[in-house]
Design a protein around this ligand. Structure first.
Ligand code: IMP
Ligand code: MG
Length: 437
């Protein structure tokens, strides 16, 4: 007889990343129905912050579910920087979180120091047209993979790895030397400073953790293990569907989650879309709902909007329904979780964007080129009572409930959860179709 399929839930970001997915993943990750947590794509350009009893964990490669002792996997769609990963693992170990249950897909791309160097060189060469990358080497690493010249974790695990490394180092630095003549790039300096020793230490520690992911997943699902996939970045940073070229080089959407795990859409149970009650963006690119400078500074301070990975100030804007509807459809989102509206009662005004203006025309969809889009805003009634500590949706002020209802209504996806702060218990679960708001 066919057994019931074990659960596979996806967490995806619906904006430009930094929606609060880390805290959401930590809370959902506590559920015993998930035995495995997977980071599907991206690399240490991501920063997922989790706060437990005032203690702050900044995760970059590793899914938040490791904090609950789950089997944690770095998926096939990721680019993994072994040196940065070692630091992240050491930080966890120091904080008393074991990493024995952490595994790495042999299909994942191996991110090497030359990718970081090339990311830096490319950004510098772009000048005014720079993308504002995190300079972690993500774009060059994925490019090499698509170009079919990249290395994978599978190569890192081979006995003849030292030979692979030396060949690749020569090949890559020969290329960089031609593209970026000295003084921009010095092949001699780069090779002289190459971290052979730390890489070898990392390889010894990580080799035993590199698994054949599709086979591992097949076996564990056969045993009935449920899986939570913790997406990184957000739909608007998707290389295909985001605000190209101001995007990352992976697919942060649900499709990328499946690709990074190696399953098809028929095995997915729920797709949880996480959105912040306003919008932030780091790096360059169009941002139609950006706030006026005074409000932006206020929101940046109240929301502590500095990047987890690069420390850059995040730009802040009002909630964008055009973008949310688009992102919800791209991801086939089945439930929404809204984060970070707990300080809104301190704001002078509150607005949402319901459509864009482009060349004098109103549009309600998100076009391929957003450069000329301006936001049409609606003023929204604000509330003055703090919402922190509320236990149920009924406890929230009427105006706040209206705000949330408008999100649900505009996106046409039920609200399933609210986040009222960074701590584990600062969350409200919402029944999928509450009868009374
Ligand atoms: P890259 O991923 O480092 O190549 O950066 C490309 C763009 O994506 C830049 O605008 C980055 O700021 C942005 N980005 C990449 N990862 C994240 C993230 O985790 N949160 C927010 N923005 C990100
Ligand atoms: Mg982040």
């Amino acid at each position: 007889m066919l057994k019931e399929k074990p659960v596979v839930d996806l967490i995806v970001g619906l904006q430009w990343g930094d929606e609060g997915k880390g805290a959401v993943a930590d809370r959902l990750g506590a559920n015993p129905k998930y035995a495995i947590v997977i980071r599907p794509a991206g690399g240490n350009n991501a920063g997922h912050t989790v706060i437990i009893d005032g203690k702050r964990f900044a995760l970059h490669h590793i899914p938040a579910g490791i904090l609950h002792g789950k089997t944690a996997i770095l998926g096939s769609g990721m680019c993994i920087n072994p040196l940065a990963l070692m630091e992240e693992m050491n930080d966890l170990e120091k904080a008393g979180i074991p990493t024995a249950n952490l595994y790495l897909s042999d299909r994942a791309s191996l991110l090497m120091p030359w990718h970081i160097e090339e990311d830096r060189l490319q950004e510098k060469a772009r000048g005014e047209a720079k993308i504002g990358t995190t300079c972690k080497g993500i774009g060059p690493c994925y490019r090499d993979h698509s170009d079919r010249t990249g290395l994978r974790l599978n190569d890192f695990a081979q006995d003849h790895w030292p030979a692979i490394l030396v060949r690749k180092l020569t090949e890559v630095t020969d290329r960089l030397k031609k593209l970026y003549p000295t003084p921009a790039f010095s092949q001699d300096d780069f090779c002289a400073n190459f971290p052979f020793d730390s890489l070898e230490i990392a390889r010894k520690k990580l080799s035993g953790k590199i698994i054949d992911l599709p086979e591992f997943i097949r076996k564990r699902r056969h045993e009935g293990d449920g899986i939570l996939i913790e997406g990184a970045q957000g739909a608007m940073l998707d290389i295909r569907h985001g605000t190209y070229p101001y995007v990352t080089s992976s697919h942060p959407t649900a499709i990328g989650c499946l690709d990074g795990m190696g399953i098809g859409p028929g095995d997915v149970t729920d797709v949880i879309g996480v959105l912040k009650a306003y919008v932030t963006r780091v790096g360059e690119g169009p941002f139609p709902t950006r706030m006026d400078p005074g409000t932006e500074t206020l929101v940046r301070n109240l929301g502590q909007e500095q990047g987890t990975t690069t420390g850059r100030d995040r730009n802040c804007g009002w909630l964008d329904f055009v973008q949310l509807r688009y992102a919800a459809k791209l991801n086939s989102v089945t439930g929404l979780i809204v984060t970070k509206f707990d300080f809104f009662h301190e704001l002078p005004t509150l607005k949402v964007c319901h459509s864009y203006r482009r060349n004098g025309e109103e549009i309600t969809h998100l076009p391929a080129d957003m450069e000329d889009c301006e936001a049409n805003f609606t003023d929204v009634e604000i509330w003055r009572e703090p919402v922190k500590g509320s236990a149920k949706i009924r406890d929230l002020p009427d105006a706040c409930r209206n705000y949330l209802w408008n999100i649900h209504h505009a996106v046409e996806v039920p609200l399933v959860g609210l986040s009222l702060g960074p701590e584990r218990n600062e969350a409200i679960e919402v029944p999928k179709f509450p009868t009374n708001w």
